[in-house]
Write a protein that binds this ligand. Structure first.
Ligand SMILES: Cc1ncc(COP(=O)(O)O)c(C=O)c1O
Length: 392
């Protein structure tokens, strides 16, 4: 039997048992500054000669408690938490790129990530080459002498495109580039990007990790000490650290991640199977199906696919819109990984800022609806979809 603790045990205990004032859960250190014993003490902390807390933009005990748990769950050496998933993406990229560099990114990414890379990076003279990362030959062909980083999502939002992290990491490292992976859709429960060779694993904590729909946050995890230092230095000046109250909430969320993901995985499969057999649905983009593109990679590199996936309506946009109008249990809202089922229309909502050309490239059509199943009973979600589909 392995001595390595399981995911749920780490989630319950990795923040340590000797919490302040014998508290059972981590207190919220709702403070901006920490008081120095003396001017010399402050100077030693600033000089890095002694460890301790200075100011909550640089580090905070509640945030660090969450970071310790997450770092172990991600099988890394250091997690850094941020005020949003987007702030995390800044820290996955900006500390490692400079003017004149090129970055390769996946063609299927969350809309604001596309916006950041396409609209803003060129202002810093950083070029971005967009490829289908599920096709390793396309990455190979896109690598240039100045390619420093590959950023991708797997499974990708919203079509669930799957990329092999083993293959991409091997290729990138031969070239001297680093690999950053947004693994939000799978959660840390179903994929371990660092163990598969990636350099940076990131999550929007807003989604599965928090799981209660009441926090916006993000985090990234690393192993390489040089990369860790670069991220910490950038976070200090960028100022995007997670707030102590939000760290308390995501730490609470992570305790139940394993059991939530097991249930969401089972419900996701039932709902995807129901939709696949429905005459008003053309296709369900669920990578858990044996015949789905990338399923072999799922079996090799993941332990599950979670419960966020898209499906294509036979009646085009009108049918998609009507479905969203008619659902009663499913909540019409963006985000994913919440306690309740969320349903949305990516082309006009989460991905509305993506160009039509890129939408076409990634198969993001106006007849596509995204669902993120929640913790409700699967029969109720299915019945809700059934009654809404009946009205089309
Ligand atoms: C895959 C993915 N990554 C990153 C983000 C950005 O996260 P946040 O909204 O926490 O900034 C999102 C948001 O929906 C997302 O879906």
């Amino acid at each position: 039997m392995s001595n390595k603790q399981g995911f749920a045990t780490v989630a319950a205990h990795a923040d340590g048992h000797d919490k302040p004032m014998h508290s059972h859960t981590w207190p919220i250190f709702q403070t901006s500054s920490f008081v120095f014993d003396s001017p010399e003490h402050g100077a030693r902390l600033f000089a890095g000669e002694e460890s301790g807390h200075i100011y909550s933009r640089l580090g905070n005990p509640t945030v660090e408690a969450f970071e310790r748990v997450m770092s172990q769950l991600e099988e890394g050496d250091r997690t850094c938490a941020f005020s949003s998933g987007m702030a995390t993406i800044m820290h996955c990229t900006m500390p490692f790129l400079k003017s004149g560099d090129d970055m390769i990114c996946g063609d299927t990414l969350y809309g604001c990530t596309v916006d950041l890379f396409q609209e803003h990076f060129p202002h810093y003279n950083i070029s971005v080459t967009v490829v289908d990362t599920s096709d390793i030959a396309q990455i190979q062909a896109a690598l240039k002498p100045n390619t420093k980083l590959i950023f991708l999502e797997t499974p990708a939002n919203p079509t669930n495109k799957i990329t092999s992290l083993k293959k991409v990491s091997e290729l990138a490292h031969k070239h001297g580039a680093i690999v950053a992976v947004d693994a939000t859709f799978a959660s840390p429960y179903f994929i371990k990007p660092l163990a598969l060779g990636a350099d940076i694993s990131m999550h929007s904590l807003t989604k599965y990790v928090n799981g209660h729909g009441d926090v916006v946050g993000g985090c990234l995890t690393l192993k390489n000490p040089d990369l860790i230092q670069k991220v910490l230095k950038f976070r200090k000046v960028h100022g995007g650290i997670l707030a102590p109250l939000d760290a308390f909430l995501v730490l609470r969320g992570v305790r139940t991640l394993a059991c939530r993901m097991e249930r969401i995985q089972a419900t996701g499969r039932s709902v995807a199977t129901y939709l696949r057999n429905h005459p008003k649905i053309t296709r369900v983009l669920y990578p858990g199906f044996e015949d789905a593109p990338g399923h072999e990679i799922v079996k090799d590199e993941m332990t599950g696919v979670g419960g966020t996936f898209s499906f294509i309506m036979k009646g085009g946009y009108d049918a998609a819109k009507k479905l969203l109008e008619e659902v009663k249990i499913c909540t019409v809202a963006v985000s994913l990984g919440s306690f309740d089922t969320l349903i949305e229309h990516p082309a006009s909502m989460t991905h509305a800022c993506v160009s039509e050309e890129l939408m076409a490239k990634q198969g993001l059509t106006r007849d596509l609806v995204r669902i993120s199943v929640g913790l409700e009973d699967d029969k109720d979600i299915i019945q809700d979809l059934a009654q809404a589909l009946d009205k089309l």
